[in-house]
Write a protein that binds this ligand. Sequence first.
Ligand code: CMP
Length: 174
Amino acid sequence: MNQEVIGEAAMNLKTEEKDKTVIKTGTKNKIKNEKESINCERSLIIIKPDGVKKKAVGDIISRFENAGLEIERIRVLEIDESIAHSHYFEHKGKPYFEKLISYMTSGPSIVMIIKGENAISKARELMGPTDPLKAQKGTIRSDYGSDITINSIHGSDCSESAKREINIFFGNYL
Ligand code: CMP
């Protein structure tokens, strides 16, 4: 089978099947092209201190895995002021900034890199909007969040932010 025929057939298969099909043909380049074509992304996810205190970690991780996303790296971390300031620099000066920093440094968080097809938008769908009171039932923030600041989880909002945030928490990883 030539590469064009393989490519056309693979379009009709699910992601996992696509990868298997390409692996059978045996070249690294074909695998790379296939992975690029499914818009593989990374997002930086933080299960915030209230999410950890509410024992929501297992459930939240399962939701990402059940959506087909992979946990590529994970750590438990007490975020300090300096890291919180770097991560949330865009919010500096906002009326809620001090509350946000003191909340984010109030106890352990789970910080992870998730990876997979459209990981950023999939994660945002699972999380729901920033304000848990406006979030649809069944989203993470609706199920666990308390208010617009204490909202249980953070996820990157675009690929540039994901890169910046991942490098803050995982030492120039990207
Ligand atoms: P997050 O998705 O981590 O990104 C920035 C955080 O700031 C947000 O979740 C909330 O915790 C907090 N935040 C954003 N907007 C507001 C707001 N209008 N009032 C209070 N807190 C906010």
